[in-house]
Design a protein around this ligand. Structure first.
Ligand SMILES: [Zn+2]
Length: 389
C-alpha cells in the first residue's frame, strides 16, 4: 500500500494528464467503432440509400407508361366502346375506316401492355394506385365519306378529292348540248380586169391613173406597138401584168389548121418583143378573138404549143361589149350595166375590156365598174394568180 503512492509521486502531473487524454481519445474511438450508436449508423445509412434507389427506380418505372404512352388509359375505353356498341360504330364509320382506326389504337396499346407484363410489382402497385384520368386526346375517328353520309354534308373541292381517294363515284357530268357547226366563211371573190390590144397613147395612161387611184391591179394583153415604151414600162412598174396576145393578131395566120408553126413563131415574136424591150417575161396568153367558136383541134394543138412555151391561156366570163362592132357607140352606162349585171356571184370573174383610141367609154366606165364590183364583195388580182383548176 505504501509503494503505490511512491509510484504516483514519481510521475509528474502534466504527464498524467496527457496519458488520461490519450486514454479518453482511445475510448471515444472505440465507442465510435463498437458502441451501438456507432455500429447502427452506417448500417442504417446503407439501407436507406438502397431504399431510396429502389424507390427512385420504382417511380421511374411507374411513370414510364404515363409519360411514354399517354393513350394507355384510353385504350380500354376505346375497346369497350367498340365492343359495347358495334352496331353504332358500323353505322358511324365505314369498314375501311374502322379497320384503320382499330389498327392505330392497337399500335398505341401494344407497347404499354408489354411494359406492364415485364414487371409484376409495377402492375400490382398500378392496380392499387388510383387509375389515371383517361386521356382526352384520343385520335379522332376518320370522317365518314360513305355515300349515305355524303348527302348530309356539303361538298367542296377538298371533299371531292377525298371522295375520289375513297372510291366514291364522281357526279355525272352535265349533258352537253349538240355543238352548233360554224357558218362557212364567205368565199373570197376575185375579179380579174383584162384589157386587150393596147397599149394606146390615148387611153392607157388614163386607165393606169384609174387603177392607180383605186389601187386595183389589172392585166394588159398587149400587142407590139411602137413608140409606147414608156407606157409598157409604166404598166410593169405599177405592178400590173403584161400578157402575150400574139404579135400579128391575124386570125388566118394564127388559126390556119395546117400552120401550127406560124402560130408558134407569132407567139415567140410577141414574147421576145416584150422580153427584149422591157425585160419582162410573159406567162399568160389570150387567143386573139378568144378560143371560143373555133375548132377544138386547132385550139388543142395551139395549147400544146403554149404549154411548151410556158404559157397558160385565159378567156373571159364577161365581155364588157366595148369592142363589139355593134356597140361602137355603147355608152359608159351600158358598159357598166353589162359587167355588173352579169357577175352571177362567180368566185373568179375575168372581165374583158379593150384599149384602143376609140374606146373612151371604157375609160369612163372603169371607175364605176370597180366600185360596183367592190360592192358585190370582189377583190382584184392579176391573171397570173388565177387558180389552176
Ligand atoms: Zn385582141
Amino acid at each position: 500500500m505504501e509503494q503505490q503512492p511512491k509510484i504516483t509521486q514519481k510521475t509528474t502531473k502534466p504527464a498524467i494528464t496527457k496519458i488520461r487524454k490519450k486514454k479518453r481519445t482511445r475510448e471515444r474511438g472505440l465507442n465510435m467503432l463498437f458502441s451501438n450508436k456507432a455500429h447502427k449508423f452506417p448500417f442504417l445509412s446503407i439501407t436507406a440509400a438502397a431504399y431510396i434507389v429502389r424507390l427512385a427506380i420504382t417511380l421511374v418505372v411507374l411513370a414510364l407508361p404515363v409519360i411514354l404512352f399517354p393513350h394507355f388509359s384510353a385504350i380500354s375505353d376505346a375497346r369497350h366502346e367498340q365492343t359495347d356498341t358495334p352496331a353504332q360504330n358500323a353505322i358511324e364509320t365505314t369498314p375501311a375506316a374502322n379497320n384503320e382506326y382499330t389498327a392505330k389504337v392497337l399500335s398505341l396499346s401494344q407497347p404499354s401492355i408489354e411494359t406492364l407484363a415485364g414487371s409484376q410489382t409495377i402492375q400490382q402497385e398500378q392496380t392499387d394506385a388510383p387509375q389515371p384520368k383517361p386521356q382526352t386526346d384520343i385520335p379522332e375517328k376518320p370522317p365518314d365519306y360513305s355515300p349515305a353520309a355524303s348527302s348530309q354534308q356539303p361538298w367542296d373541292d377538298a371533299t371531292d378529292i377525298i371522295h375520289y381517294m375513297n372510291g366514291v363515284p364522281p357526279e355525272p357530268p352535265e349533258p352537253k348540248l349538240p355543238a352548233i357547226p360554224p357558218e362557212p366563211p364567205e368565199p373570197m371573190k376575185v375579179a380579174y380586169i383584162t384589157i386587150d390590144d393596147g397599149p394606146s397613147r390615148a387611153i392607157t395612161p388614163g386607165i393606169l391613173d384609174v387603177l392607180q387611184r383605186e389601187e386595183v391591179p389589172a392585166t394588159f394583153f398587149v400587142l407590139p406597138h411602137q413608140g409606147l415604151d414608156d407606157i409598157y414600162m409604166r404598166i410593169i412598174e405599177e405592178g400590173h401584168e403584161i400578157g402575150n396576145h400574139s404579135y400579128s393578131h391575124n386570125y388566118t395566120r394564127l388559126y390556119s389548121s395546117h400552120n401550127i408553126e406560124a402560130f408558134k413563131d407569132d407567139i415567140i415574136m410577141a414574147r421576145d418583143f416584150i422580153l427584149e424591150n422591157f425585160g419582162y417575161l410573159t406567162t399568160s396568153f389570150r387567143f386573139p378573138g378568144g378560143s371560143g367558136g373555133r375548132s377544138s383541134a386547132v385550139i388543142i394543138s395551139r395549147r400544146e404549143v403554149l404549154a411548151e412555151l410556158g404559157y397558160r391561156d385565159f378567156n373571159w366570163q364577161i365581155d364588157s361589149g366595148d369592142a363589139s362592132p355593134h356597140d361602137t357607140d355603147k355608152s359608159a352606162d351600158g358598159i357598166v350595166s353589162q359587167v355588173l349585171s352579169n357577175t352571177r356571184n362567180r368566185e373568179h370573174l375575168i372581165i374583158l375590156f379593150h384599149d384602143t383610141a376609140s374606146k373612151r367609154t371604157t375609160l369612163e366606165a372603169l371607175p364605176r365598174i370597180i366600185s360596183g364590183l367592190r360592192e358585190q364583195g370582189y377583190t382584184f388580182d392579176i391573171i397570173r394568180n388565177y387558180p389552176i383548176s
